[in-house]
Design a protein. Structure first.
Length: 271
C-alpha cells in the first residue's frame, strides 16, 4: 500500500477540511505528520488537535512534501501570500477549492510545480464521500499515490483525464447530496398534501431515502434499474407513480436540466 506523505499541512479546517483530517487520522495517518493551519478553529477542530496530538497553527521547519488547500474560494487571494513559502518546487499542492483551476493556483503559488485539483463531497464527514481529481503533468507516481491514500480514506476516489471534467463532477457528486436532501423534502411535502401529519411525513420520507440508499449499497453491483424493477409490480401503485416520474418532463429531464445548470455555474466560477 502507498505510504502516507511524511508531512502534510492542511490549510483550512472548515467542514470539509475538518472532515478529511478526521478521516485521515482514523485511517492511520500519524498525528505527528499532520499540521493544521486554521485561523478560526472550531471547537471540534481544537478538540481533535488536542486529543490526537496534531499541531494546530504551529508550522515550522522546511516546506512540507504535501500541502492541502481547503479554504473558501473567496479567501484564496488573501491566503496565498501567507502560504507561498510552503509551496515550493518539491511540494505537492492538492486543492479542494471549488471553482479554482490549476492555472489559478499556479498563478498564486508560482514556485509550485505538482498540482492536483479535487472535488470531494460532504459525506466525506462520515467516510462515505465521493471524490474525483485531476493531476497536472508534474505530479509523480508517488504523489498520485499520496492523493489516492488520503482521498480514498474518506470514501471512493477516481482520477480524471481532463480538468474540465471537474465541472461535471461538481454538478453530479459535488452538489449531489443536496439533490438527495431536496428529494427527501419533496417526498415529505407530498405526504403532507396526501393528508399525513408533518412529523410522520418527514419520518417516512427520511426513513425511505436512508433505507433505499443502504439497500443499494448492500446490493453492490446490482444496477439501480434492477432494484427499481424489483419493487415495481406491473399495474401497481409504484408503476403509477413512476409513469409520472419517468414521463415527459419528469425526473430524467429535470435532473439533466438541473445538473447542466450546476455545471454551467461551475464553469463560470472557474473563469
Amino acid at each position: 500500500m502507498t505510504q502516507w506523505p511524511a508531512r502534510l499541512v492542511l490549510i483550512g479546517a472548515g467542514k470539509m477540511g475538518g472532515a478529511m483530517a478526521q478521516g485521515w487520522l482514523d485511517a492511520g495517518l500519524p498525528a505527528s505528520s499532520l499540521t493544521i493551519l486554521e485561523p478560526n478553529p472550531s471547537p471540534e477542530i481544537a478538540s481533535l488537535a488536542g486529543s490526537r496530538g496534531v499541531a494546530l497553527n504551529r508550522q515550522s521547519g522546511a516546506p512540507p512534501p504535501m500541502l492541502v488547500l481547503a479554504v473558501k474560494p473567496q479567501s484564496l487571494d488573501q491566503v496565498a501570500p501567507q502560504i507561498e513559502a510552503l509551496a515550493v518546487e518539491h511540494t505537492l499542492v492538492l486543492s479542494i477549492i471549488a471553482g479554482k483551476t490549476i492555472a489559478d493556483l499556479a498563478a498564486r503559488l508560482p514556485e509550485a510545480r505538482a498540482i492536483v485539483r479535487a472535488m470531494p463531497n460532504t459525506p466525506a464527514a462520515i467516510g462515505r464521500g465521493v471524490t474525483a481529481a485531476f493531476a497536472n503533468a508534474n505530479v509523480s507516481a508517488e504523489q498520485r499515490g499520496w492523493c489516492e491514500r488520503l482521498l480514498g480514506a474518506v470514501g471512493t476516489f477516481s482520477w480524471l483525464d481532463d480538468e474540465k471534467s471537474i465541472d461535471a463532477v461538481t454538478a453530479i457528486s459535488g452538489s449531489g447530496p443536496a439533490y438527495v436532501f431536496a428529494l427527501t423534502e419533496a417526498l415529505a411535502a407530498a405526504a403532507v398534501k396526501l393528508g399525513l401529519p408533518a412529523e410522520l411525513s418527514m419520518s417516512l420520507a427520511r426513513g425511505t431515502v436512508e433505507g433505499a440508499a443502504e439497500l443499494m449499497r448492500r446490493e453492490g453491483a446490482t444496477p439501480p434499474s434492477t432494484l427499481r424493477r424489483n419493487v415495481t409490480s406491473p399495474g401497481g401503485t409504484t408503476a403509477a407513480a413512476l409513469a409520472v416520474l419517468q414521463g415527459q418532463g419528469g425526473l430524467d429531464d429535470l435532473m439533466a436540466r438541473a445538473t447542466a445548470a450546476a455545471r454551467a455555474r461551475a464553469a463560470e466560477m472557474a473563469g
